[in-house]
Design a binder for this molecule. Structure first.
Ligand SMILES: [Zn+2]
Length: 218
C-alpha cells in the first residue's frame, strides 16, 4: 500500500478512515497530536519546550514540528505503510517533508483530501452525543449511529448528552480557518499531481473502498 498524507477538515471522518486502514491494512498511524503528547510525556528538553509553548496557548513552530517528524520518519518500520495525520500544516513543512521522504527513501506516497462542506460537518458535530453512564457514542445525524429511541442510550436507557465542546459559532470559525490555512498545501500537492480528492459525505463503506483503491500499489 502507498503511504497516505491525510488532509481533512474537522468532522470529515479522518479518524474513522485511519482506524479502518490501521485495522485492515496494517497501516501505522502517525499523528502529530500524539507525537507532541508523547514528546511532552517523555520529559525530554524538546518536550519541555513544547509543553511550555502549548500551555501558553502558542503554536508549535515549523522547526519543532519538522524536527519531531524527522525523528519519527527515521525510526519508521519500512515494511509498513503509514498515514500522516496533522503534518504538513504549512508550505514550509510540506517542502521539508519532501526532503525527508527522499532522505529516508520513502517514494510511494499519495495525498488524500476528505472533502466536506461546512454544513455537513456542522451537522455531524452537532449530532454527536454520548451516554453519561456507559460512555457509548452516538450520532443523531447518522442512521447507522443513531440510538433506537430518540436521545436515549440503547444499553442503559438514560438520556444522552452533547459531546462536542464546540458551539455552532466556534465550530464555523475552526472549520473556516482550517480551510484557509490548508488551501496552499492542497495547491502544492495538486501541482505535484499526487492529490486525491475524496467526497467525505458518501456512504462510509464506499468511501473506504475508494481510498483503498487509491492507496493500492499500481
Ligand atoms: Zn449507556
Amino acid at each position: 500500500m502507498k503511504n497516505i498524507i491525510f488532509i481533512a477538515p474537522p468532522a470529515a471522518g479522518k479518524g474513522t478512515v485511519s482506524d479502518f486502514l490501521v485495522s485492515n491494512y496494517n497501516y501505522e498511524h502517525i499523528s502529530t497530536g500524539d507525537l507532541l503528547r508523547e514528546e511532552i510525556k517523555s520529559g525530554s528538553s524538546l518536550g519541555k519546550e513544547i509543553d511550555n509553548i502549548i500551555s501558553k496557548g502558542g503554536l508549535v513552530s515549523d522547526e519543532f514540528m519538522i524536527k519531531l517528524m524527522e525523528e519519527k520518519l527515521a525510526k519508521l518500520d519500512k515494511n509498513k505503510a503509514f498515514i500522516l495525520d496533522g503534518f504538513p500544516r504549512t508550505i514550509k513543512q510540506a517542502e521539508k517533508l519532501d526532503e525527508m521522504l527522499i532522505t529516508n527513501k520513502v517514494t510511494n506516497n499519495i495525498v488524500i483530501y476528505l472533502d466536506i462542506s461546512l454544513d455537513d460537518a456542522l451537522g455531524r458535530v452537532m449530532g454527536r452525543v454520548i451516554c453519561p453512564k456507559c460512555k457509548r457514542s452516538y450520532n443523531l445525524t447518522n442512521e447507522k449511529l443513531k440510538p433506537i429511541k430518540d436521545n436515549i442510550c440503547d444499553n442503559c436507557g438514560v438520556e444522552l448528552e452533547k459531546r462536542s465542546d464546540d458551539t455552532e459559532e466556534t465550530f464555523k470559525v475552526r472549520f473556516d480557518s482550517y480551510l484557509e490555512n490548508t488551501r496552499p498545501i492542497l495547491d502544492y500537492y495538486k501541482d505535484k499531481g499526487i492529490l486525491k480528492w475524496v467526497d467525505a459525505t458518501m456512504n462510509i463503506d464506499n468511501m473506504f473502498q475508494i481510498i483503498v483503491n487509491e492507496a493500492k500499489n499500481d
